[in-house]
Design a protein around this ligand. Sequence first.
Ligand code: VGL
Ligand code: ZN
Length: 198
Amino acid sequence: MRALLLIDIQNDFLPGGSLAVPGGEEILPLVNTLQPQYELVVATQDWHPAQHQSFASQHQGSQPFEQIDLHGLPQTLWPDHCVQATPGAEFSADLDQHRIEAIFRKGTTPEIDSYSGFFDNGHRKSTGLADYLRGRGVREVHLCGLAADFCVNFSALDALKEGFDVVFLEDATRAISAEGYAQARQELQRRGAQFAGR
Ligand code: VGL
Ligand code: ZN
């Protein structure tokens, strides 16, 4: 059984959003075409409290995209994005949502970021996604969405660690940084992810 994971296809990661991923909107037609090819479609949603400590606005004198140490973990500081119950946190109106059976929210704890849809960045708290997928009989996870070098990448890494076969749908994702994605891709390949669509 195969599942399609739609990672963070939210307004703030799309044109006009506060953390727009270059070309992010280009994936939407393909993502919508792909969905009926899967028995199960699941989405993740970045869902931060307004005071989330991954936001540069919460650190005096810091700018977005700076690197800091946050409670012992390396952290990129971001513009405020995907704040709970704001329009930026909503899924794109151009995303077909009718086949999404479950939505896993992440990034809700103010002190720790959560790129992966499975665990926070410290691997302390599970979202329950892996158990949900196993409960549904899923063996193979295909990933698409935003951003290739952050949330799609870390979700794919955790899916591999959880023992799923992983396919990274390259045409249906876009990266914040091309160099960051090139590095992430090598590591994913080394760990056994497959790449489809390029
Ligand atoms: C993401 C940075 C911060 C993502 C989420 O969805 O890739 N990136 N929060
Ligand atoms: Zn975030």
